[in-house]
Design a protein around this ligand. Sequence first.
Ligand SMILES: C[S@@+](CC[C@H](N)C(=O)[O-])C[C@H]1O[C@@H](n2cnc3c(N)ncnc32)[C@H](O)[C@@H]1O
Length: 229
Amino acid sequence: MSERIEDTMDHHHTHHDGDAGSPADAQAFWDARYGERERIWSGAANRALVDVVTGVQPGSALDLGCGEGGDSLWLAETGWMVTGVDISETALARAREESAARGMGEDEVEWIQVDLARDFPAGTYDLVSACFLASQIPLPRTEILRRAVAAVAPGGMLVLVSHASAPPWAGNHHHGPRDFPTPEEELAALDLDADMWEITTAETRKREANGPDGERATLEDTVVVVQRR
Ligand SMILES: C[S@@+](CC[C@H](N)C(=O)[O-])C[C@H]1O[C@@H](n2cnc3c(N)ncnc32)[C@H](O)[C@@H]1O
């Protein structure tokens, strides 16, 4: 079971759409968040991404908000040439250390510090993924997702995985209406040209996870996969 530590800890991130805060604030927030522990996430790849990508011919991949690199490392080991980007140097240092420990070179996985609120990696990719790309610091998520669409090479795909609802242990913490996008909302944000894109998946999927006190619960992810013709 490859559940995320995130499911047990991170009850309060939000999908703000709007003006980005100051870049220093966003990086400081995430560096501090990662600095709270030696490791925040489980290190395992996200189940939904693994399910979607398994069996797809590997090519180039861009992992947006890669964090400590669980998805990027899995993709690289599956044969993809991966670019993992994140705002947090603390997270990227962990990812870099792990890929070096596994003997991976820069031709297999490279890690780049990017504030996606302001900048976006150049080029196009056969796979672009954004798994739980959310922040408590305002994040222009729709704008980022549209740039992600533009970064998909012909024949390539875009994979979005988000929380569809709060974990039961999240308590009464306030969540905004856009914190848990539905598949329809994700698709609307992408604003795809129907002639150029095929919607492969737009659904919520359940998975089992452990809460902070070890309680089991079923969590729901919103999973959207679109393929460029
Ligand atoms: C909830 S974590 C998800 C990490 C990883 N994708 C996963 O599924 O475990 C969100 C990630 O987005 C990154 N992030 C937040 N705002 C960002 C920004 N403006 N630019 C780039 N990355 C950002 C954070 O540093 C964090 O690693």
